[in-house]
Design a protein. Structure first.
Length: 319
């Protein structure tokens, strides 16, 4: 038993060392000489799109998260299905939107500096620029990623809105992210929508006895039941009611009041470290800065650099 635990720890450390070695190929301003206007070109496309459809901010942020947590930040989420079903066809990814923005950014870059900027870097830049467009935080994006060639629906195993705190912490640790990163990145729920099927269990049959989740504020639960009937599969719910289009700290204030929409939101109060971070951010502390730091860390997960992977000509298909 002890030997097996040591083996698990050794394998985990090896994964982290490999990830850190790969991440050393990233740097801010990677395209400074080869495509000096790359970031400005992407920003122009994103701002134009967000002006027309600001609700794209949340799915674009989720897209980067979902990409990095499967095979690393290699743009595999962008690939269409060919001989096999791709990641984007997995159930958690069906609600992602904004793929056209990646396509438009790539097309604009290919006109100026063909074959230089990777789709995985474009996605990382877009996640940042979409938040800026919502008057949210900004951060310096490390670039230098290369694109993967594989996308497989069977490899999609993302943290779930139904997960408890132990599962969430484990999932994040395996990616080199700690409890603070978990809380800060969960703060991305300050924008966007959820849907009733993700709440039905919490509202109507949490323990199999027709009850609601006791960790959910009773008044909030009653309001949600008015919007979500047991068989409702379509109604959308604001994850941060009242400011779901604004990137702010109100998400943490709601979680602290037991009004987090998902079980995974409520679970942040079930661990001393994550609870402390929630309460700290609810007081309006350092969320914007910390979010940028955690996004940079997430952007280093499993990256391909140097001669690994490729620079796709089109983001939806490998070369």
């Amino acid at each position: 038993m002890v030997a097996s635990k040591r083996l698990v720890v050794s394998c985990f450390l090896l994964v982290l060392l490999i990830a850190e070695a790969n991440a050393q190929g990233l740097k801010v301003g990677f395209y400074g000489k080869t495509c000096p206007h790359a970031e400005g070109i992407v920003r122009k496309v994103v701002f134009a799109a967000m002006k027309k459809a600001p609700t794209l901010g949340a799915p674009l942020l989720r897209m980067f998260f979902h990409d990095c947590f499967v095979r690393g930040c290699d743009g595999s989420i962008l690939l269409d299905s060919s001989n096999n079903q791709a990641e984007k066809n997995a159930v958690p990814n069906l609600s992602l939107r904004g793929f056209g923005i990646i396509d438009d950014s790539k097309a604009a870059l290919e006109k100026v500096c063909p074959g230089i900027v990777s789709c995985s870097d474009i996605l990382a830049l877009i996640a940042r620029d979409a938040m800026v467009a919502l008057e949210g935080p900004t951060w310096e994006v490390e670039t230098g990623r290369r694109d993967g060639r594989v996308s497989n629906i069977n490899e999609v195993n993302l943290p779930s809105p139904f997960d408890n705190i132990a599962k969430l912490i484990t999932d994040f640790r395996t990616k080199g992210l700690n409890e603070k990163d978990l809380v800060i990145l969960s703060g991305g729920h300050t924008i966007g929508m959820g849907h009733c099927p993700l709440m039905t269990n919490r509202l109507y049959n949490f323990t199999g006895r027709g009850d609601s989740d006791p960790s959910l504020d009773s008044e909030y639960a009653a309001n949600l039941r008015k919007k979500c009937k047991p068989t409702d599969t379509t109604t959308a719910l604001e994850m941060d009611p009242g400011s779901f289009k604004t990137f702010d700290v109100s998400y943490f204030k709601l979680v602290a009041k037991r009004r987090g929409l998902f079980q995974s939101d409520a679970a942040l109060l079930d661990n001393s470290k994550t609870r402390a971070y929630v309460l700290q951010q609810a007081r309006g502390s350092t969320f914007f800065h910390d979010f940028g730091v955690s996004m940079v860390k997430m952007g280093r997960i499993g990256v391909l650099t140097g001669r690994a992977g490729e620079i796709r000509k089109m983001c939806r298909v490998p070369n």
